[in-house]
Design a protein around this ligand. Structure first.
Ligand SMILES: [Zn+2]
Length: 235
């Protein structure tokens, strides 16, 4: 894209954004009457910044539902305060850690990133531990299909992030008392989990990763057999 086209497209993009917001405000401004004093989100969601993970993936089109924390590679250490704030002060009963297939941050951590800008290096380097873990426990490096391989790395990264979160003292007491559940999910852009693109799958609850155990978990019992069969899945 030439510089002129780029400038032109930026103008169009800004125009579209502002017009879009006028439509949003038309639909939702009344809802903010009850939200002026405080927010009461139901879920804290830590996910990757990747734009293919949309805001409304749970088909929620209203404010005050999700406290979203996003960074590249959905990493706890890179946004600790932003994650702890809603857990400790807004008391969301669920924290979702969501990875996704084809994650660019995972790809970067597998490559030689020494030439990258140092701020990007700093945020990618934390993923190296997840990569090592996936290679040790799943022999991920030997998986021939790139889509599957990257998905396994991302799935193990979610497990690794959850284990780190659980071991944080402040949060651990809430998990132990049942006031907080940490749910691992994968957003499937590439259809590698067996359904069409854009489905999410539950891959972890409070550190448990056995699919049978996930389906039998307290959190899952109200979920229909059909849905749990489809949605509780691991690679
Ligand atoms: Zn990503």
């Amino acid at each position: 894209m030439s510089e002129t086209t780029h400038k032109h497209s930026a103008k169009t993009i800004l125009k579209d954004l502002l017009e879009g917001n006028v439509r949003y405000a038309g639909k939702h401004s009344k809802e903010y009457e009850n939200l002026k004093a405080k927010q009461t989100p139901k879920v804290t969601l830590l996910t990757c910044s990747d734009s293919r993970i949309p805001q409304n993936l749970f088909d929620i089109d209203c404010p005050n539902e999700l406290f979203m924390v996003r960074n590249i590679g959905n990493q706890f250490r890179n946004s600790e305060g932003s994650i702890k704030y809603p857990l400790l002060h807004l008391n969301t009963p669920i924290l979702i850690v969501m990875g996704h297939t084809g994650c660019g941050a995972i790809k970067a951590s597998l490559s030689d990133y020494r030439g990258e800008d140092d701020t990007i290096q700093k945020e990618v380097i934390g993923l190296v531990n997840s990569i090592r873990l996936a290679n040790q426990t799943r022999n991920a490096a030997a998986i021939p299909d790139e889509g599957q391989r990257l998905a396994i790395y991302a799935q193990v990264n979610v497990d690794h992030q959850i284990n780190k979160i659980i071991n944080e003292f402040n949060i651990k007491t809430k998990i132990d008392s049942g006031d907080l559940f940490v749910v691992g999910m994968m957003f499937d852009i590439h259809g590698v989990y067996g359904e069409n693109s854009s489905h999410v799958y539950v891959t972890n609850i409070n550190g448990a990763t056995d699919v049978k155990a996930l389906k039998a978990h307290d959190l899952a019992v109200e979920i229909s057999l059909e849905l749990s069969g489809m949605k509780f899945k691991r690679l």
